[in-house]
Design a protein around this ligand. Sequence first.
Ligand code: SF4
Length: 367
Amino acid sequence: MSFYDEFLQYSDADMEAVFQHTTSADIERIIGKDRLTPKDFLALLSPKAEEHLEWMAQKANELTVQNFGRVILLYTPMYLSDYCTNKCTYCGFNVTNTFTRKQLTMEEVEKEAQTVAASGIQHILILTGEAPAIAGVPYMKECVGILKRYFSSIAIEVYAMEEEEYAELMEAGVESMTMYQETYNPLLYDRLHLKGPKKDYRYRLDAPERACRAGMRGVNIGALLGLDDWRRDGFFTGLHANYLQNKYPGVEVSISLPRIRPTMGNCETGNSVNDKSIVQFMTAFRLFMPRAGMPLSTRENAEFRNHAIKLGITKMSAGVQTAVGGHIDSQENSGQFAVSDTRNVKEMSDAILQLGYQPVFKDWQAI
Ligand code: SF4
């Protein structure tokens, strides 16, 4: 049994019909409940629920403060390598894009680490494309060996791996992982992933569970919003997170809500997602899973991120460069996507304080 079995139970559900039958009275009753079912969550993603966003936002704020306090954990991504064997139509690093690829040497990893650590950041997220022959587990372990001298927490956002590989990276000092399914729609997934190992939908879908089985402390999942209908992908993201939290109660489960951003070779999906939709997803998810984490990246602009702090967000990135080596040379090469909120760590932290929240640089340390 894996999440795939649960996914199959809902994959043919007529969500449009559910949405059409959802009434204001249903939404009001659901907002008042202490514990929501997947069906309730789906109702909160309906067009009808848009009329109740203000109330959903208030409840989301209450639940977040109850479970997390008024704190926002700050982290920064570090791109180690942009070599990739996949052809994902929406990503600047895809194998057919021609630019000079780069992978950090150990000396460069150390320099990047020193630069990021000097900003006060203690939590680092390392990223690579999918090129295991170049940036595989041995390379990542070597990088982690350097990074753990500078950071209290190291997370990975890399390709889908075997359980033993996750265990090996944890042994080296990694404590959590992010894996975006991109879209839960298998047919669309197939159309967007033209070539490479990432084409295997099911292998990617089960990766977060393999990481949980390996004993990873934190697992973060998500869909790239704007690829498919956001209500559908939002529902399956929540369902997946709920499955992981119920089955692995010791794992800190979180979801991200990344919205598609411009890249080289822009991908037109025809499924736009606006600010109001993201707010609806964010607040609906908070009501469904009060204890789950919710990071928000710099894909979103400063104004939106400030607003989102009170809607359920628990972590934020700051001082972000999406190019390999970008912290030591921002002219180095092309980034994975365009950053929208360009505030540095000090500016982000000041903004959080001004909003009545506390910026936190370290909430966990491996011993
Ligand atoms: S999304 Fe990831 S796997 Fe796909 S092309 Fe970009 S870096 Fe490679």
